[in-house]
Design a binder for this molecule. Sequence first.
Ligand code: PLZ
Length: 446
Amino acid sequence: MTEISYRLPQQRVLQTELPGPRSQELAARRKAAVAAGVGSTAPVYAADADGGVIVDVDGNSLIDLAAGIAVTNVGASHPKVVAAIRDQAERFTHTCFMVTPYEGYVEVCERLAAVTPGDHEKRSVLFNSGAEAVENAIKVARLATGRPAVVAFDHAYHGRTNLTMALTAKAMPYKANFGPFAPEVYRMPMSYPFRDGDRDGAAAAREAISRIEKQIGATSVAAIIIEPIQGEGGFIVPAPGFLPALADWARSNGVVFIADEVQTGFARTGAWFACDHEGVVPDIVTMAKGIAGGMPLSAITGRADLMDAVHAGGLGGTYGGNPVACAAALAAIDAIDELDLNARARRIEELATARFRELAQRIPAIGDIRGRGAMLALEFVKPGTSEPDAALTSAVAARCLAQGVITLTCGTFGNVIRLLPPLVIGEDLLDEALTVLCTAIGDLAG
Ligand code: PLZ
């Protein structure tokens, strides 16, 4: 494994109770200035971050198992990303690609064509956020097919804008009272092995396809959009065969198969994209998060015939493919290659799942251990049942945070702890974080 050198000491150090006094001061200022609708998982304010640690304004050094929700795969301040940002910012921060184009945008699109699944001819467009990428993938699919309907799945998360709220499955906190929602979105059952009994991937796909055909009609469907491993919905890895069967059906029926790889992309799961694990080649891939080492950038990459169907001026936005974000993306993509972050993600899976399997033998509240690469989760249940235990889940996350380890929860039932460490986290630090997590689970659920 390539050696990584870090700028900050890679250690967990608690100088104060969390949140410390400076963080508490900032929380008070925030309350008077920032709208209440924006939540924060960890009420500690960041001052510095590098590798696997976030240092807060009170000097506490916390272990980061969130990577800003799967963003800082190469770390929060990878030196090449920082240098690329600095260099580009010194030349120009913006011209607007739709006014005066620049090379960085073109180069990012070239790189995306090379790393996304499939060796067909591709075209890309750049945007700012994951939700914006999803919105635009649907725009392209509808225009190219001339059809209205979009299929999304149970437990799906695709964003917080109006169309993406419609695609997202969970009411609280994402949708409740924010309607009316965009029309022509249809929800189908997902393959959820832990909760599916003996229904396998092929059977789950047959059920979804039969419902699509009966309830919508294949010729009305513009697109199927699916996260190849669901993120916010619970890190649900569909049973083998589910994704390929849906993609095949889409291909035979002129339906655009969109893989939302916003959370799963850029080496997170131990491959460039989660679709790679099953050899699925989507018609359009949506990307964001890990694409640019922390800078806001998103993209859609798709079959040239679909993408080029759109008239000039039909896609874009003032900031889409900002030059500083593009420079960061080129550096981040290089770093993923140079550091072989796919191998690191697989190593993280190996280390963490070994610990979890051992723990699960004595903790019946661990209902399921799942995920791929550095996208791993534990689903908590009332022992002996499949009844979700959300209270235990939040207690575990809170205990970890109090001890200086940042974790995230997720899941339709709020009963999943998920691990999304920066892929550059050192093994010793990861091991320490896992010890904190496993001890918390042992204490609270044992
Ligand atoms: N598609 C698969 O995971 C973003 C958002 C969390 P944006 N997920 C984290 C929250 O509470 O807002 C996400 C995703 C998938 C789309 C998105 C949306 O990406 O960059 O947040 O718009």
